[in-house]
Design a protein around this ligand. Structure first.
Ligand SMILES: Nc1ncnc2c1ncn2[C@@H]1O[C@H](COP(=O)(O)OP(=O)(O)O)[C@@H](O)[C@H]1O
Length: 182
């Protein structure tokens, strides 16, 4: 993985992104437990802090008030030590992140996970297509420096463990480099 960027933060901020159902929350929960970094579940934060507006009937979800959400998170993010978990990524400030991990799945696995979550019709089809066309990966690559964007599949418990190991390894590298540069 690419060398971490030097920043003034005491701990890095990482972004975990990907199509709904690929396994972001599962990964973030493990990472947070193991590393002590704070897991910021953006969907939940937006709901709890009244950052939602209107309602999309097709996708049965509210629109995000991005400006309000970003303003509210600025202080937390500037301190570092956060794992941001969200299915979209281009609207976050690029400067917030030291690494971006795009979680991936295959269409059969994703279809099954989203069906058991109750997704049907257009919402189900569009999300599976989003993964097939690797929309979130492309979004991340066009929004962040390519060397900080890492793609990782999380279809099985073994892949999950490997991803956790790799991210923990990346974190150790970040802290080592930070120590050497001080
Ligand atoms: N690596 C994995 N192996 C097997 N099941 C997984 C894996 N990652 C996630 N899951 C399962 O897939 C479902 C969706 O995972 P979740 O973490 O909620 O996805 P997201 O946060 O991206 O929407 C959950 O039921 C979760 O237990």
């Amino acid at each position: 993985m690419a060398a971490p960027q030097n920043t003034d933060r005491k701990a890095p901020n990482i972004l975990v992104t990907g199509t709904p159902g690929v396994g972001k929350s599962t990964l973030c929960s493990k990472l947070s437990e193991l590393t002590g970094l704070t897991w910021l579940d953006i969907s939940k934060i937006a709901k709890d802090h009244d950052c939602l507006e209107g309602f999309d009937e097709t996708y049965q979800c509210s629109y995000l008030d991005e400006d309000k959400l970003l303003d509210g998170l600025e202080d937390t993010m500037s301190k570092g030590g956060n794992i941001v978990d969200y299915h979209s990524n281009e609207f976050f400030p690029e400067r917030w992140f030291d690494a971006v991990f795009v979680v991936r799945s295959d269409n059969t696995t994703l279809y099954d996970r989203l069906t058991s979550r109750g997704y049907t019709g257009k919402k189900l089809e569009d999300n599976v297509q989003c993964e097939i066309f690797q929309t979130i990966l492309e979004e991340a690559k066009s929004s962040y420096r390519e060397e900080i964007v890492h793609e990782m599949y999380s279809r099985t418990p073994e892949e999950l463990e490997e991803n956790v190991r790799n991210i923990c390894g990346w974190l150790e590298g970040w802290f080592r480099d930070k120590g050497e540069s001080n």
